[in-house]
Design a protein around this ligand. Structure first.
Ligand code: GCU
Length: 691
């Protein structure tokens, strides 16, 4: 069963009526590229393994590749369009338009054609076909699918060296790194290959393997050799390797006296590093750079701009066709003073730092922007920076690892939240400007665009530490492929592939998952106050008092009478004014600000009356009771599935749900008591403070 965990949604366990459906499936296989390690060859292997596991069909190599009219019958053909045309010069087929990584599937009885625009697309097509048949769909169809964005990356925050704890993963809740151990690359990269397989099946095309808080020593030749081994394991799955850099490496690792991005020796240093990496990994995707943020070195050290910093790497990458993904998560926690400065606001940092730089970036720079202006909170407005970059490609950064959202000990299905963010219309120039259209390049015609998901799997046999958390990874890939995908439909598909198509299983997992984000928001921090977790220790568990009085800028400004961040232009930090006029007006005015973002944008008395008619404080009390009451229904719901889920996964999930139900009470009572003690306002229902 542990293996089932590792296979996640690619288990290929027998479908219920395999016998009856078998007649409609291919029996032969034509792989248009049989080179070991090629994605098309991987696709062929996957089809063989998948159809065998699902239906007990044993595919045999079909004779005849179409030349001379000798067309294979009852076979699945897989390859690229070019390979197909080359192998079948006389055959004319109608092909829809495919872009890079896109695929086309045609099923007519047992004759199946899976053609990718490139090899990666062919592999995606094979996974897609297997997913459909695994869900019992063996009817004839023809479909084409193209990704909406070229960049669909995963970021792993894996540490290479971390002062004694080997292979740790920052904000990773699924065990040790699958890549690194004792400051080196693991000898056995089996898990890295299995991870690549899962990621390829959801359309991911690159993985940045090391932490954005990067270690400079990873540039040592033997470590570069190790990175090349990881790239070799990724390649059969069409996954490229990306790499995080430490901006000060010229000094820390290269012994130069400076890391000034405009210094000649620094430029040479990075060119040299880049050439050395590409000599080993010719298809490397590029770099990911966190600079001038949270104490990390960066261009601001030398009074250079963020564009100077990004361009340094972008230029070094150009001859290799690599891209530089530069993170917009830039702020200086040492300059934020809550007590002295009413207008200080970390949420303003990114737009301020990127001001005036939009036309200053090299074309192979992509700016990666966290969905909200602070940091992966349970509820944030979208980052205003998405509306400021028109010439520069933008990618959205989502977090699959549930740092502020229960760290996989709580079930929180995140796709509905991501969907809300992606659907938000920023109304740039008073025109429709959905975030999804910005990060897929449609709105501003940018060529580079896309998605980054911070995933942080580890060696745990569940990958993320919890079976149910894997729906978030699955959904991340699906939304990055197409933002129009529906979170409930994604979940149901994932459930069928991961557990079963039993209607009870589908219903219970949907009930729990779709209720989970609202419940978590209710018991962890509502009205846009952020996740009220412990801000200094691990970002887990309730500690509303820890938010204020420190320089991290995730403030609530709660005192005895009032709460919330005043981000208005007229009286506050001015953050509302960073949005395009229509959205700015919405947030500037307390009457038009939605309740769920009220305390994000406004500082109000606890007695302020919401649109719902409740006061802020009563809403807090009620929401915490409601949210935890929902979490307490989860174990019972799950228990109704006993016997329908294998015991190992059943127990594993139940254990966590029971914990979540209990911990939601801790959240409820800590947060409610905290505000009761602060405000002295009684709960209208007499629950809070009455023990
Ligand atoms: C969060 C997280 C850090 C991480 C940072 C980032 O603050 O807690 O661990 O390094 O984001 O995204 O760079």
């Amino acid at each position: 069963v542990a293996e089932d965990g590792l296979n996640a949604w690619l288990r290929y366990s027998p479908v219920a009526n395999a016998q009856a459906l078998r007649g409609r499936l291919p029996t032969g296989l034509v792989a248009l590229n049989t080179t070991q390690g090629s994605p098309v060859n991987t696709a062929a292997k996957e089809l063989t393994q998948g159809l065998n596991g699902l239906f007990g069909v044993r595919l045999s190599a079909a004779k005849g590749d179409g030349k001379g009219g000798d067309r294979p019958r009852n076979a699945v053909t897989v390859g690229t369009v070019a390979q197909f045309v080359n192998a079948n010069p006389t055959v004319r087929i109608a092909l829809p338009e495919l872009i890079e990584d896109g695929f086309h599937i045609n099923v007519s009885g047992g004759n199946v054609r899976i053609l990718g625009q490139n090899e990666r697309g062919a592999l995606y097509g094979a996974f897609h076909y297997l997913s459909l048949v695994a869900q019992g769909n063996v009817s004839d169809f023809s479909l084409a699918s193209n990704p909406e964005a070229p960049v669909r990356w995963v970021n792993q925050w894996d540490n290479t060296q971390d002062g004694g704890t080997h292979g740790s993963v920052e904000r990773g809740y699924g065990g040790k790194s699958v890549f690194f151990w004792e400051g080196r690359i693991r000898e056995d990269l089996t898990r890295a290959g299995q991870y690549a397989r899962l990621l390829a099946s959801i359309g991911i095309n690159a993985v940045v393997v090391n932490n954005v808080n990067a270690n400079a020593t990873l540039l040592a030749p033997e470590l570069m050799d190790g990175l090349a081994r990881i790239a070799n394991v990724f390649r059969p799955y069409g996954i490229q390797l990306g790499f995080s850099l430490n901006f000060a490496a010229p000094q820390m690792y290269g012994n130069l006296s400076t890391f000034d991005p405009l210094d000649k020796s620094v430029i040479e240093f990075w060119q040299n590093v880049t050439d050395n990496l590409y000599a080993r990994i010719p298809d490397m995707a590029g770099y990911l750079v966190k600079a001038s943020s949270e104490g990390q070195p960066g261009p601001l050290t030398y009074n250079r701009t963020l564009a100077d910093g990004a361009n340094l790497f972008a230029r070094a990458l150009q001859k290799h066709n690599g891209i530089c993904v530069f993170r917009a998560f830039v702020y200086d926690h040492r300059n934020l003073n809550q007590t002295l400065d009413w207008k200080a606001d970390r949420a303003n940092a990114a737009v301020n730092f990127f001001e005036g730089l939009d036309d200053k970036f090299e074309p192979n720079v992509l700016v990666q922007i966290k969905y909200g202006p602070i940091d992966f909170q349970v509820r944030e407005p979208v980052s205003p920076l998405f509306s400021h970059l028109r010439k520069t490609g933008a990618a959205i950064e989502l977090q699959v690892t549930q740092e502020y959202l229960g760290q996989q000990a709580h079930v929180v299905y995140l796709a509905p939240m991501w969907k809300e963010i992606l659907d938000f219309d920023l109304r740039v120039d008073a025109k429709p400007s959905r975030v999804a259209d910005i990060v897929t390049g449609k709105r501003f015609n940018t060529t580079l665009s896309g998605y980054a998901g911070v995933v942080n799997v580890g060696m745990n046999t569940t990958w993320l530490g919890s079976h149910l958390a894997m729906s978030n990874l699955y959904a991340y890939g699906k939304l990055a492929w197409s933002a129009s995908a529906d979170p409930a439909a994604i979940l149901s598909e994932w459930t069928k592939l991961t557990f079963s198509s039993d209607p009870d299983v589908l219903r219970v997992i949907a009930d729990i998952s779709l209720a989970s984000w609202p419940a978590y928001e209710n018991y962890s921090g509502n009205l846009g106050i952020q996740t009220l977790c412990d801000i200094l220790l691990g970002h887990y568990g309730p500690n509303p008092g820890s938010q204020d009085g420190n320089p991290w800028g995730q403030w609530t400004r709660a005192d005895a009478d009032t709460i919330g961040m005043d981000r208005t232009v007229k009286n506050g930090t001015g953050n509302a004014g960073q949005y395009p006029p229509e959205v700015a007006a919405l947030y500037e005015n307390i009457d038009t600000t939605p309740d769920n973002l009220l305390l994000w944008f406004h500082h109000v008395p606890y007695t302020h009356v919401l649109k719902s008619g409740k006061t802020v404080i009563q809403h807090f009390y009620d929401a915490h009771y409601n949210g935890s009451a929902v979490a307490q229904t989860f174990p019972k719901l799950w228990e109704s599935l006993k016997g329908k889920i294998d015991p190992e996964r059943y127990e594993h999930v139940l254990y966590r749900l029971v914990y979540q139900a209990g911990h939601s009470l801790v959240w409820r009572d800590s947060v409610n008591n905290f505000y009761f003690n602060k405000s002295g306002i009684a709960d209208a229902q007499g629950r809070v403070g009455n023990y």
